[in-house]
Design a protein around this ligand. Structure first.
Ligand code: SAJ
Length: 424
């Protein structure tokens, strides 16, 4: 396989296409969004990810990566489009369907098609395979078909793409083996072969496992609050047990993966996935819990001004998808509060129209409370005294337990910490 066509140039497709290209394969990168195609061809990238711009530029300069808006014939096709969630928490498979359909006219004998998009169990065999077979070719016989989920952590994508173990689930052995040969171009981690539905389930299980573990940390935080305990101290002590590894509570779980993927199980088997469902409800309830804590302190929130520090779904990324911080901002506004938002990675966003300001100080000016919602690196070295001087009331709510509380208190701040019953 020397020609690869990657459909979808987002957080996964773009780095994957670039990796194949910088390892000598001829790659056609496809995105239906003209703005994305123009940005990439103009030498820039549309996502924030450490090191990605350099790799994409190298790939394009080498002539091995071509970026266009429709698929072209290739030896292998990789589908890396999003699988968002609908408002009713069902999987939105429209992008997978249209990307698969766009490949059909180009499918030839001997081709390999790989789905990377996170998908409900059986998507490869029940959804993708029949669409591809509209070409008149038969999967497993005339062309090969596999599922290979991405498992990289945003912020560490380039490193993890190469180093992580990779699972490849074929609809038959030949498909899995062809997938292994293709990814071995750049993957240095172990490549494990299985069947397509197992690989789909593995991906969902990984993120569901993490979601449930974060949910129990969040529930512990609420319990600690009820019983007058500092949850962070309790977790640190419990984690000294050799078989206990409790994760970190916080204002909720965001991102397009962990807060989404467990719902695919709930949708596919609601009678079974009850623990999974409950964990989702706990994590989705955290933003409201944060706002409830503010109500306890401030009473009616109407007319009160709050500075939201960070709106991305996690530190040092610009990704706002399913971000609990964004949800908190909206809940506060619904309660009548004024919110001034600063995020060093987010300069513009329709969802936060008119709320984004360009510095921590601007966000804090006139505010009755500072809400640390995301532990971006730059929030760990703030000029505390200066912030106290511009605020209406020096109050900070640390929802991530990352600030130096003593230093903030010394500067006159009242400090509230998520999961800590009394002021620390
Ligand atoms: N979070 C907590 N407490 C924690 C850890 C995370 O509240 O102890 C929150 C974060 O603040 C964030 C959310 O969870 O809002 C998710 O962040 P994350 O860093 O745990 O994970 P993602 O969504 O960035 O990436 C996950 C990874 N999956 C696992 O770790 C099992 C990554 O490997 C996957 O490739 C990615 O999902 C994906 O694309 O599916």
């Amino acid at each position: 396989m020397s020609d690869v066509c990657v459909v979808g140039l987002g957080y996964i497709g773009l780095p994957t296409a670039s990796m194949f290209a910088t390892h000598g394969l001829d790659v056609v990168g496809v995105d239906v969004n003209q703005a994305v195609v123009a940005t990439l061809n103009g030498g820039d990238i549309h996502i924030e990810e450490p090191g990605l711009k350099t790799v994409v530029q190298a790939a394009i300069r080498s002539g091995c990566l071509k970026v266009v808006d429709h698929p072209e014939p290739a030896d292998a096709f990789i589908i890396a489009v999003p699988t968002p969630i609908n408002l009713d928490k069902t999987a939105d498979m429209r992008y997978v369907i249209s990307a698969t359909e766009s490949i059909v006219p180009h499918l030839r004998h001997g081709n390999l098609v790989i789905l990377e998009s996170t998908s409900p169990p059986r998507t490869t065999v029940d959804l993708v395979k029949p669409i591809l077979e509209c070409s008149g070719l038969q999967a497993g016989q005339d062309f090969l078909l596999a599922y290979s989920p991405e498992r990289v952590l945003p912020g560490q994508i380039l490193h993890e793409l190469v180093e992580n173990s990779r699972v490849i689930g074929g609809i038959n052995c030949a498909s899995a083996e062809a997938g292994r040969d293709l990814y071995a171009t750049f993957v240095q981690g172990e490549i494990v072969l299985t069947d397509a539905t197992t690989a789909e389930m593995v991906k969902l299980m990984e993120n569901t496992y993490r979601d449930i573990n974060i949910a129990i940390a969040n529930e512990f935080a609420r319990l600690a609050d009820r019983f007058g305990v500092n949850v962070w101290e309790a977790i640190a002590i419990a984690n000294r047990h050799p078989r206990v590894k409790i994760l970190q509570p916080g204002p909720g779980v965001g991102g397009h993966c962990i807060s989404v993927d467990p719902w695919f199980f709930v949708e596919a088997a609601p009678d079974i996935a009850q623990l999974i469902h409950q964990a989702r409800l706990v994590n989705d309830g955290q933003p409201a819990y944060v706002v409830a804590k503010l109500r306890e302190r401030f009473g009616d929130l109407r007319g009160k001004t709050f500075a939201a520090l960070g709106v991305a779904y996690k530190p040092d990324v610009d990704d706002l998808r399913e971000s609990p911080a964004v949800e908190i901002v909206h809940l506060l506004r619904e309660a009548g509060a004024v919110v001034q938002v600063f995020d060093p990675y987010v300069k513009q966003n329709d969802n936060l129209d008119g709320l984004l300001v360009d510095s921590v100080e601007a966000a804090a000016t006139g505010a009755a409370g500072l809400l640390l919602l995301v532990q971006h690196r730059e929030f760990l070295k703030l000029d505390i005294a200066r912030l106290a001087s511009v605020m209406q009331r020096p109050f900070v709510f640390d929802t991530r337990n990352v600030l130096d509380h003593q230093a903030w208190q010394a500067a006159g701040f009242e400090v509230l910490v998520l999961g800590v019953a009394s002021e620390s």
